[in-house]
Design a protein around this ligand. Structure first.
Ligand code: SF4
Ligand code: SF4
Length: 373
C-alpha cells in the first residue's frame, strides 16, 4: 500500500486551514518556454521577474528529484468593512492586509510537509511562495486550483481570484489533477477597467505597465504611469474588483489577513511623517514592507499630487531634506505641482546646489523647469 494518498493530503490540508489543494506534474511548465521568450521580446517582463527562462520552467533546479508539485491556495477575501478615516488617504491592496502571506503560507506548508514526512519515510520536499522563479500561476492552473482569467490571474469558482498561491515540490509521484478552461466568455471588464491598459490582450499582461509592479519599482516612474496610480500606495486591485467571479466569491473569516495597523485606506500624512520605528510597526508585519520605507513614502508623495492634497505640502517640504535621494527627488517634483510657484522654486534651487545624488538632482531640475512654466 502507498504511504499516503492525495485524498489524505487534501483532508489534512483542509484541517490546517488550506482552502485549495491540487497536484501537477513538474513537466507542466516545459511548454511555456516560447511564451516566456515572446513576453520578454515584447518587453512585457519586469525587473523583479527571473531573467533566466530555463529557471522559470524547471522545478528540478530547486529539487532535483522532484516528481510532483502540490499546489495550494488560501483565500484572502476576508469579511471586512473598509472605512475612510481621513480625506487624504492612500489605498493599500487587499493582498497586503494583515500579516505577510509568505509567513502564513510557509507555516501551513511546513505543517503539511511534516504530515507527509510522518507517513512517508525519506520523502524530500521544498516549499515555495511567490519569491521563486517558477511560473506559480501556471502550476496552479495545471493543478486544477482554478482557471486563467483574462487579467492573467487564477480564478477559482468558489473563492474567485483573491487567493494566495504556494507550491510544494516533492520527490513522490501523484497523478496530476485536471486543468479547467477559462470561464471569462465574452466578459472584458478587467481589460476595460485597467487604468494603464496593461492587459494588452486577453490573458496577456505587460508587467511593466501593471500598477502592482509600478508601486514597487525602484527609480523613476514614467509620468503617464505615475498619474494613473491615483491614490494607490501599494499594489492594484482594480482588475480583480470588477471581476464578476470576485463579486460572488465566498468570504472568509481569517484573522491573519484582516487589516491591523496598516489600514486599507491609510492616512497619507501619517505615512509622510513616518519614522523608521513607525514604518516597522505599521508596514513591517505586512507584505508591503519588502521594498522598504522610501518606496512607500515615494508612493504616498505621488498620491498627494494625484489627489491635489494641499495638506500634504508641509510634510513633503520636510522630506526635501530626507536621507533618501528618491524621496528628495519626488518631494521636489510634488511641490512643483502643489505649491506657490516662485517661493518653492527658490527653496528647491538652494537645495539643488548642495545635492550630490544624480537622480535627486534631475528631479529637482525638472521641478524648477516646470515652475518656470
Ligand atoms: S493589477 Fe491594476 S494595473 Fe495591473 S493589470 Fe490589473 S488593473 Fe491593470
Ligand atoms: S473581469 Fe471578466 S474577463 Fe476579466 S477575469 Fe473576470 S470574468 Fe474574466
Amino acid at each position: 500500500m502507498d504511504c499516503i494518498s492525495k485524498k489524505e493530503i487534501k483532508k489534512f490540508a483542509q484541517q490546517i486551514g488550506i482552502d485549495l489543494v491540487g497536484f501537477a506534474s513538474p513537466d507542466c511548465l516545459k511548454n511555456y518556454k516560447n511564451f516566456l521568450e515572446e513576453r520578454k521580446n515584447l518587453g512585457y517582463s519586469c525587473s523583479i521577474e527571473e531573467r533566466d527562462i530555463q529557471k522559470r520552467i524547471s522545478p528540478e533546479f530547486i529539487l532535483p528529484e522532484v516528481k510532483s508539485i502540490i499546489a495550494i491556495a488560501l483565500s484572502y477575501n476576508v469579511e471586512y468593512e473598509v472605512k475612510y478615516y481621513s480625506r487624504s488617504f492612500g489605498i493599500v491592496s487587499r493582498s497586503s492586509w494583515g500579516i505577510d502571506y509568505h509567513k502564513v503560507l510557509k507555516e501551513k506548508m511546513e505543517k503539511l510537509c511534516e504530515f507527509i514526512r510522518s507517513r512517508c519515510q525519506g520523502v524530500k520536499t521544498a516549499f515555495l511562495v511567490d519569491n521563486n522563479p517558477l511560473l506559480e500561476r501556471t502550476i496552479a492552473y495545471h493543478a486544477g486550483i482554478g482557471w486563467f482569467g483574462k487579467n492573467g490571474l487564477i480564478i477559482n469558482d468558489e473563492y474567485g481570484s483573491y487567493i494566495f498561491l504556494g507550491e510544494i515540490l516533492i520527490n513522490k509521484y501523484f497523478a496530476p489533477d485536471t486543468p479547467q478552461k477559462s470561464k471569462c466568455g465574452d466578459c472584458e471588464l478587467c481589460i476595460k477597467a485597467c487604468p494603464t491598459k496593461a492587459i494588452v490582450k486577453p490573458y496577456i499582461v505587460n508587467a511593466n505597465r501593471c500598477l502592482s509592479y509600478v508601486t514597487v519599482k525602484k527609480g523613476e516612474i514614467e509620468e503617464d504611469l505615475l498619474r494613473k496610480l491615483g491614490r494607490k500606495i501599494y499594489g492594484c486591485d482594480t482588475c480583480q474588483e470588477v471581476c464578476p467571479f470576485n463579486k460572488k466569491a465566498k468570504k472568509v473569516k481569517r484573522q491573519e489577513f484582516t487589516p491591523d495597523k496598516l489600514l486599507p485606506r491609510h492616512d497619507l500624512i501619517e505615512i509622510l511623517n513616518m519614522t523608521n520605528k513607525d514604518f516597522k510597526e505599521i508596514f513591517g508585519p505586512t507584505s508591503s514592507s519588502w521594498r522598504g520605507k522610501s518606496i512607500i513614502i515615494r508612493n504616498a508623495i505621488i498620491a498627494c499630487v494625484n489627489i491635489g492634497e494641499k495638506t500634504c505640502v508641509e510634510p513633503i517640504k520636510n522630506l526635501l531634506k530626507s536621507q533618501s535621494p528618491i524621496i528628495r527627488g519626488y518631494s521636489a517634483w510634488a511641490l512643483s505641482y502643489l505649491c506657490d510657484k516662485e517661493k518653492i522654486a527658490e527653496e528647491i534651487k538652494e537645495l539643488l546646489v548642495k545635492e550630490r545624488d544624480e537622480f535627486a538632482k534631475e528631479m529637482m531640475i525638472k521641478a524648477i523647469n516646470r515652475l518656470k512654466g
